[in-house]
Design a protein around this ligand. Sequence first.
Ligand SMILES: [Zn+2]
Length: 243
Amino acid sequence: MALVIIIAIIVLIVMKHKGVFRKTAVCRHCGKVLKGTEQVVMGAGASQYILCRDCAAKISPVIFDEASADWSYEDYADYLVWEEETKEERAQFHETDSYGFETKLAVDADHGLFSLMTEGNRQVFRFADLTDYTINFKEEVVDDGLLESKVLGKEYISVDLVRPKVYLERVLNAAAGYSTTPKGRINRKYEYDLTDAFEHIIKVFDVCFLSNSSAGRMRTARASTARRSTTFRRPWPSSCSTA
Ligand SMILES: [Zn+2]
């Protein structure tokens, strides 16, 4: 009897040493027992948890990097609820305006929706879930020419959403260029010209945000008045008037 116990202990020690126990985990969401290669580690620090590949795949590829880095399990569970609750609403999405090359930003002014699309993956969001955003130009390269200076940079969007709980920053156009600065003003603040198309999508986004988001309605037209006004070739969005 003692021999059996000793052998059992030795076997357990060997198994532990070989990592048999360490390598298995349970998916926090569905309870499936997982080997090392099947595990997707989510979150950071004390709130870290494991999902199986199927449960991790329920997260849109568009937001996966941010979600896997920041979400607690409660955030993940709330995302699944949000997905289900807003499925029909978001399925109505049809594009009324769009802009962007690296990432395509599309707006559905009729339904108060917008989407971000990268590498063929589209995720639709609700303006009602948006608390803050920036659509702007970031200067990155200054080409100081003979008579004038050229400013190069990126047009980008950042969005802060309550549901899904995520902050995203994406490049819309990586090769935006402006060459309107006279030589000698190289260290001054640039008055670059926005293209009509870029300015239009900013305006459309402002209008939809202000009319659909509770945060937007409270902030009044701060976002709009901060930008230079120009004449738009295309009409204003017809809707975006109901929450
Ligand atoms: Zn699972």
